[in-house]
Design a protein around this ligand. Sequence first.
Ligand code: AHG
Ligand code: MN
Ligand code: MN
Length: 335
Amino acid sequence: MSRKNKTLGEYIIENQASFKYTSGELSRLINSIRLAAKVVNHEVNKAGLVDIIGTAGDTNIQGEDQQKLDVYANEKFIQTLTNRNIVCGIASEEEDDFISINSQDENNQNKYVVLIDPLDGSSNIDVNVSVGTIFSIYRRITPVGTPVRIEDFLQKGNEQVAAGYIVYGTSTMLVYTTGHGVNGFTLNPAIGTFYLSHPDMQFPKDGNIYSVNEGNYIHFPQGVKNYIKYCQMEEEDRPYTSRYIGSLVSDFHRNMIKGGIYMYPKSSKNSNGKLRLLYECNPMAFLAEQAKGKASDGFTRILDLEPIELHQRVPFFCGSKNMVEKAEEFMQKNP
Ligand code: AHG
Ligand code: MN
Ligand code: MN
């Protein structure tokens, strides 16, 4: 176990027995995400070279411009996940409705549903700033062999069996959890192999980074305004600084390594904030808790929220435990 150059493939096989369900299907599912990640990574790295940047001329269900790479990443993940007889349904930020796989096939034994944000941080694509992919995996709750239903996707976050992200940054990393801590793997692009580079990742209990889009300040609830002012106040015990990339994956990744809080609160413009519960907040919350951090909507644990629809938005406070608790204190005083 102490060998240094362990690959993601080796890690998956070694840890298969610790999954709640040991049939090997979840391992194969993580393997297919690994493959799609490499394909998308290859395309992301070419973004400045080929005619792939810019909008695809379409909007998604939330009225946002779809970038070409959004569309490409969406297609690649769906293709890869569909081909392996493991996944019975996929929900994606870029699809209006969920996709049912082999729904008419009586012999269909596929047990897992996957929810994805195929390309996170899409406003950063054109400017060579880190973007990511987020994924969340559940066991279906309806009977195997029948078409998937909406309730298979609207499960509480604490039912997730695995979740993770890929960050296409200065290096490309795949970070995931199956409920036994969080591990990070870095891609060696020369040979196309992910290596275990960040075993047992953990948020420092305290941090000094706060990440929030302060351009929205005047629209924030008073509790968030007060928390931001608290972070800015010059006191000897408040050595805070601000960092905001605008890609949730990258902001989360940095804060997990260095210690910090990410906030996307509700505002007078967006009563539930911006981030989507099912394929952004839930997987990040699962990772955060597995990495000894915390995630809430300011009042309630994200993983305890009852989803009501696929593209539902939710305010999000996530990161180092003490920092999230402090922000919650401010929220509760001035919601
Ligand atoms: P996506 O690109 O998948 O739509 O997600 C963008 C999200 C998140 O990654 C990021 O933290 C946030 O939107 C940035 O929003 P603002 O530009 O409003 O700060
Ligand atoms: Mn996103
Ligand atoms: Mn996206």
